[in-house]
Structure formats: structure tokens, C-alpha cells
Ligand binder design. Structure first.
Ligand SMILES: [Zn+2]
Length: 552
């Protein structure tokens, strides 16, 4: 690559108007971040074609399959751009155009490589006319229709060739030369050379999700230790399996091992006394037994009961969230998973999902309840807030009272919750419109309580308004508290969202184009949990990555 092309590369990437191409740089990164190769692609959206400017592998890497991997990735990406095909130049294998046998041997290897993909030189034109008479190795123009089996009409080919010569070779090709080459395209449709080296059918484009675009998935692998076996306790281990089973049928996810984090992360949003109490009371429990809070010292906050089991009610908001020997460990592990997923966003991944239980969004600074012990969503948001403004959107059926309380006086963390009205739904005491934040946080908490009956269409309208608030806030990261209990027939809810609604919800959120962490909260109908999660993430992925949706 000539030095001057390298020097202009940053501007070329930043300023598509000047170069009249949208430049896209693909980098193949090996171990320890070493660059193994790259591809520079020029996209002409209006003429609907791409010109492959460079495809290059690092020295000593020519045999490692890097070139093939890069070319295959380029084909896959460009197919999504809705183009007629890929054009590029390749040095000739004709002895009259390439006189040096050593160079010609390399040219043959390259043309054979591209022929495997069905990409062949356009023939019967004057494209390979040397700029200076007598010059050796004037390039062919090669066309790859990306397996779309489209004939290339003459008019289109002429426009494309003019664009390549005028934009790519600006100041190099005289206008007369350009006209001569363009007018030499006479066949309609233009003809490609018959296959010369490869007999097999062209390699098809594999539609897999590239690793860097997958959703980083962190699962609470130790959630099974937390199993409350009372009848009717719907927050059960099978919830995770139901979701995983569906997610595993796609290639949208990349599993990531959970990292360990110190307890100080939990204490960044929860009171030290509460965390210490919770750890201690769990450690003292007999396995298999539960404490249900039964005394609630609401009248005298200054005197927490001395006995640990009795003190449970001092920190709890309801009577159905028991303490057992593993509750601390499971809740701590859920926080570790969520932080691991959050860290992936800091590494540059766009989407991450913490598939965890127990859930966390009802846990406030110093209280647990609603199946929740530690607020994983809030811990992750707090950590990410060290890097920029955060928006938390809670789309569980129940109000996200935990995040609301934790960030109630903060203006750098916007908390929004769409939920069933507290006059009819848990937690009954919060989630009203009038709760808007306090002090500096005034205006940065938005509650959107909805009626008992809500269908998908109505919900999407409400979500659109919520997303508008987020857009105006310009956060650096988005954290979604994902409750799937908004689904039709959920045992804890009353709304009627269906699979396709979850897909639409995911897509709308994806179209914000924010690095997004999704944390699993509620959702209890294990017959449809997996399908609904699958639809939500398909939509989220599509909204985030589909260039057609972006342009539309
Ligand atoms: Zn819920």
C-alpha cells in the first residue's frame, strides 16, 4: 500500500463525501491484538456496488487462510448492503499482458482464489488498457455477484466503471481515457470470463453471526443452588433452562465465563450493614431451611432486632422472599455475571446479556424483596457510570423500585420504568408518575404506570415515548432490566404481549444504537419464556446491526 494511501486513510474513513465512497475498513486481529490482515472496501450506496480497494495479509500470514477469511467476511457484509455485487481489480494471467512469468504465476494464484467464489474478470472491454502504452500488468476488472446470479446490464456496468475510474483514480485517469473505457462496454449484459481454474460450484456465502457482532452471554452457572421449593414459588431454576434452550438454537450469542468481583461493587449501591447482615444470616442457615420475615419494625428504624432471623423483616419489603443458606451466594454470583457482561461493553462489544437469577430490580439500597436480593442491574449501571451517562430502562411488568431508589438523586443515571400501575400490581407502594427524582436527580426518574390490560400495539406506543426520553438524554450506555412477565398469561402479570411483540420491542431498543447491557429480571411462564427471549434478542440484534433498517 503506497504511503500516501495510508496517510489519507483516516480522512477517507471520516469523510465519505470528499471521496464519494463510504469507506469500510475490516481488520483481522490475531492473538494479542496483532494485525494479521485488512481489507479496505469502498461502498457506493446510490449506485449499489462496492469496490474492494485492498485485501492484504501480514507478512508470513499468506498461507494461514487470513485472506480467505477476510474475503468471506467482506462478501457476507456486503450482501447485507443490498448491492449488485463486488468489483475489484486483479492483475492479468494472460502472457501478452503479464510478461514476467514469476509475477504471472502469482496473478494466476489470485485469479484462481477468486474464481472459487464465482468472481471472474469482465471480458470484451478495454478496461485492461495500460494508461501508458507498453505498461506491463494492466489489471482486469473482476466482478463477484455474491452468489445472487444477477446478470450485469451494460448501463449499470458503465456507471460503475465510470465511478471507479473517476473516484478511485481521480487525477490519474484523463477524461478521454475514462470515456474510452466506459464506451468499450458494449455487451448487454456484460460477459464474464468462463471459469478457467475451478470446476466446483462457487463457495456460497455462509450466513453466520461474526463473533464481534454476537451478544456476549454471561449465565449464572451457580443459580441452581438457590431453589425455593415451596409450592407456588414461581422464581424457579427451570426459568434459566427454558431461556437457554431457545437461545442455543441460534448463533447470535457468544458465551463468556463469569469473573469474580469483590463485594465492594455490591456495596457501591447497597448499604454496608444490609450486605453484611445478608451474608451473615445466610451463612448461619441450615441448608434446606428458609426464613420468611415475620416482624417488620417499620415504626422504629433506629432499633433493628438483635436476633438475625427476626431482623429479616427490618430489611425486607414483603413476606414471600425467603432467606436461605445459598441466597447470598446465588445473588452475589448474579452480580458477578452482570458485571462481567458490563465489562464486555467497556471492551467495545455492542450487546451483552446477563442471564441471571435470582432477579434484582426490586432490591433497594437496604432492602430485599420480590424474589430479589442484590440489584445486579444497578450495580452494573453504577460501574458503567464511571465511563459516562447511563440510561436504565426497566421493562419488567413490575415497577423497578430498586434502581429508582438507588439513583433517585442522580442526574447522570436516568431511570425509566414501564410497569403495571402500583394501585393494582406489586410492589404497590412505588411506581407512581409523581416520583420524579430528588435534588439533582429531579427529572431523571420517569415512571410510566399502565392499566391492567395492555396489548402489544399499545405497549409499543408507550415504549416509543420512553425511548424518546433516552435519546434526548444522550447516554453512553443503556441498561435494560428485562422482565418477560409482560407476556400473555404470565402467572404474575395481566398483560398480553406475544412473541412478535417482544421482537418489535427488541428492535426498537436496538435502533437506539447504544452499547446495551440486558439483565434478566422477571418472567415466569416457562412455556413461553424461551421463545419470547429469543424473539426479543433477534429484534435487538436486527435493530442494532441491520444496515437496511438504519438507512430506512
Ligand atoms: Zn416482574
Amino acid at each position: 500500500m503506497p504511503k500516501r494511501d495510508i496517510a489519507k486513510l483516516p480522512e477517507q474513513l471520516r469523510n465519505p463525501m470528499k471521496y464519494r465512497f463510504r469507506s469500510i475498513l475490516f481488520v483481522a486481529e490475531g492473538a494479542k491484538g496483532k494485525i494479521d490482515g485488512f481489507t479496505l472496501l469502498c461502498h457506493a450506496p446510490f449506485l449499489k456496488f462496492c469496490f474492494l480497494d485492498y485485501i492484504s495479509t501480514a507478512e508470513g500470514k499468506t498461507r494461514g487462510g487470513i485472506g480467505g477469511a477476510l474475503y468471506e467476511r467482506v462478501r457476507e457484509e456486503t450482501l447485507d448492503l443490498n448491492i449488485i455485487g463486488l468489483f475489484f481489480e486483479c492483475l492479468p494471467d494472460d502472457p501478452s499482458l503479464s510478461r514476467n512469468p514469476e509475477i504471472r504465476r502469482q496473478n494466476v494464484a489470485r485469479l484462481r482464489f477468486y474464481e472459487r467464489y464465482g468472481a471472474r474478470p469482465i471480458v470484451n472491454t478495454a478496461y485492461e488498457t495500460p494508461l501508458k502504452p507498453g505498461d506491463d500488468n494492466p489489471p482486469y476488472l473482476v466482478y463477484d455477484d455474491l452468489g445472487q446470479a444477477t446478470a450485469l446490464p451494460r448501463d449499470t456496468a458503465q456507471q460503475v466503471v465510470r465511478a471507479i475510474l473517476e473516484r478511485k483514480y481521480r487525477g490519474v485517469c484523463p477524461p478521454k481515457y475514462v470515456d474510452m473505457v466506459v464506451n468499450s462496454f458494449q455487451d448487454d449484459p456484460v460477459l464474464l470470463r468462463k471459469p478457467r481454474y475451478v470446476k466446483k460450484p462457487p463457495v456460497p456465502i455462509r450466513r453466520t453471526t461474526p463473533v464481534d457482532k454476537r451478544i456476549m452471554l454471561v449465565i449464572n452457572d451457580r443459580h441452581l443452588i438457590h431453589h425455593v421449593e415451596e409450592l407456588g414459588y414461581v422464581e424457579s431454576p427451570v426459568r434459566i433452562d427454558a431461556i437457554l434452550k431457545e437461545l442455543d438454537s441460534t448463533d447470535l450469542f457468544q458465551r463468556v465465563a463469569t469473573r469474580h468481583f469483590s463485594e465492594k461493587y455490591i456495596k457501591s449501591v447497597h448499604g454496608s450493614k444490609f450486605v453484611d447482615y445478608f451474608r451473615k444470616v445466610c451463612a448461619n442457615m441450615e441448608p434446606g431451611t428458609s426464613i420468611y420475615p415475620y416482624v417488620f419494625p417499620v415504626r422504629n428504624r433506629a432499633r433493628p432486632p438483635k436476633e438475625l432471623p427476626i431482623r429479616a423483616g427490618y430489611y425486607c419489603i414483603d413476606t414471600f422472599t425467603p432467606i436461605n443458606s445459598n441466597a447470598y451466594l446465588a445473588a452475589k454470583r448474579a452480580v458477578d455475571c452482570t458485571l462481567t457482561a458490563a465489562k464486555k461493553l467497556l471492551e467495545g462489544y455492542r450487546l451483552a446479556y446477563a442471564l441471571v437469577r435470582p432477579p434484582g430490580h426490586h432490591a433497594e439500597p437496604s432492602s430485599f424483596g420480590g424474589f430479589c436480593y442484590f440489584n445486579s442491574t444497578a450495580v452494573a449501571a453504577e460501574h458503567l457510570s464511571g465511563y459516562g451517562k447511563i440510561a436504565i430502562l426497566d421493562i419488567d411488568y413490575h415497577h423497578g423500585n430498586g434502581q429508582q431508589e438507588i439513583f433517585y438523586e442522580r442526574s447522570d443515571v436516568l431511570t425509566i420504568s414501564i410497569h403495571s400501575h402500583p394501585s393494582i400490581a406489586y410492589p404497590y407502594f412505588s411506581g407512581f408518575v409523581s416520583e420524579k427524582g430528588r435534588g439533582a436527580g429531579r427529572g431523571y426518574n420517569i415512571n410510566i404506570p399502565l392499566p391492567e390490560s395492555v396489548d402489544g400495539e399499545f405497549y409499543q406506543g408507550v415504549l416509543r415515548d420512553a425511548l424518546r426520553h433516552i435519546k434526548r438524554f444522550h447516554p453512553r450506555f443503556l441498561v435494560i432490566a428485562l422482565g418477560l412477565d409482560t407476556a400473555k398469561e404470565d402467572p404474575t402479570g395481566s398483560w398480553s404481549l406475544k412473541a412478535k411483540d417482544f421482537e418489535a420491542v427488541g428492535r426498537m431498543i436496538g435502533l437506539l444504537h447504544l452499547p446495551t447491557l440486558v439483565v434478566q429480571e422477571g418472567g415466569y411462564d416457562t412455556r413461553v419464556l424461551g421463545t419470547n427471549a429469543h424473539h426479543f434478542f433477534s429484534g435487538l440484534w436486527l435493530g442494532t446491526y441491520s444496515p437496511l433498517l438504519t438507512l430506512g
